[in-house]
Write a protein that binds this ligand. Structure first.
Ligand code: KIV
Length: 298
């Protein structure tokens, strides 16, 4: 194992040393390879792929098979980052047996090293079963997108005193059950800071302010590729969507105007051989020749 290989214990050490943990989502080989080369700690194959890759309106539509397919492609591109597969809607809430089986598929078929599940105290017994099958689990609290219909939309969570108390208890219970880290999504920064302060395991924030132990963003969002929805916490670190449009327009123009491909982007044929081909073409009837070769394969 390379020295740079990120493991669960290295992430916990980072928290102890006060070093920020940088994480991001990815859904395919090429992006995963680029991300891994930048030294990012953890790559989540998020169920956000339902929206940004597959075009569904929320994360509820993506299936286990689709998640496994994308997790495989990411794992092939990653050497150092910890790869975490996001368990999709219903894949871990019907029965513990299903939960262990589906979590196992992420490891065995997908090549992931851990899985992430959404929910608090109510899923601790399920998490316990997955961990007992030697699978590392990451928790996810706050705005858990698989519950948007329960929440009534993509709304900030933990705003009332009761809701904030529940988040704190949930975080403690997840840690007690054995998760190695918890994603805190769309909650007030003060509550995220409190939770981060009382846990030994790292918190990874997304819309949870600056005091979490690490951060995560959806790669298509932060690069400005997926711009249909911009929550308050999202910052565009690039404008790749605009760059892609610019490149495609230039490609269209150059093809239409005959500027591309030019000599520089074409393969050369040896002059003498080319002369021979031309002579051959003048010496035969091409139709007859092509018929002869077709007849041979009939
Ligand atoms: O699905 C996802 O991408 C996520 C992250 C945003 C935490 O769950």
């Amino acid at each position: 194992m390379s020295l740079r290989k990120v493991t669960v214990s290295k992430l916990i050490e980072k928290k102890q040393k006060g070093e920020k943990i940088v994480t991001i989502t990815s859904y395919d080989y090429s992006f995963a390879k680029i991300i891994d080369n930048t030294g990012i700690d953890l790559i989540l194959v998020g169920d956000s792929l339902s929206m940004v890759m597959l075009g569904y309106k929320n994360t509820l539509s993506v299936t286990m098979d689709e998640m496994i397919h994308h997790t495989k492609t990411v794992s092939r591109g990653v050497t150092n980052a910890l790869v975490v597969g996001d368990m999709p809607f219903l894949s871990y809430k019907i029965s513990r047996k299903d939960a262990i089986y589906n979590a196992g598929r992420f490891i065995q078929e997908g090549g992931a090293e851990a899985v992430k599940v959404e929910g608090g105290t109510e899923i601790c017994s399920t998490i316990d079963s997955i961990i007992n099958a030697d699978i590392q689990v990451m928790g996810h609290l706050g705005l858990t997108p698989q519950a948007i219909y329960k929440f009534g939309g993509f709304l900030v969570q933990g705003r009332t005193v009761e809701a904030a108390k529940k988040l704190i208890i949930d975080a403690i219970n997840l840690q007690k059950t054995g998760v190695f880290s918890i994603v805190l999504e769309s909650i007030p920064w003060q509550i995220a800071k409190l939770i981060t302060g009382i846990l030994d395991i790292p918190t990874i924030g997304i819309g949870a302010g600056p005091h979490c132990d690490g951060q995560i963003l959806v790669i298509h969002d932060m690069l400005g590729i997926f711009t249909e929805f911009k929550p308050k916490f999202l910052k565009y670190f690039g404008k790749l969507g605009e760059e892609i449009i610019k490149a495609l327009r230039l490609y269209q123009t150059e093809v239409k105007e005959g500027k591309y491909p030019d000599q520089e982007h074409s393969y050369e044929y040896p002059l003498n051989d080319f002369k021979e081909i031309k002579k051959w073409m003048e010496s035969i009837d091409l139709d007859v020749e092509s018929e002869k070769s077709l007849n041979k394969v009939k």
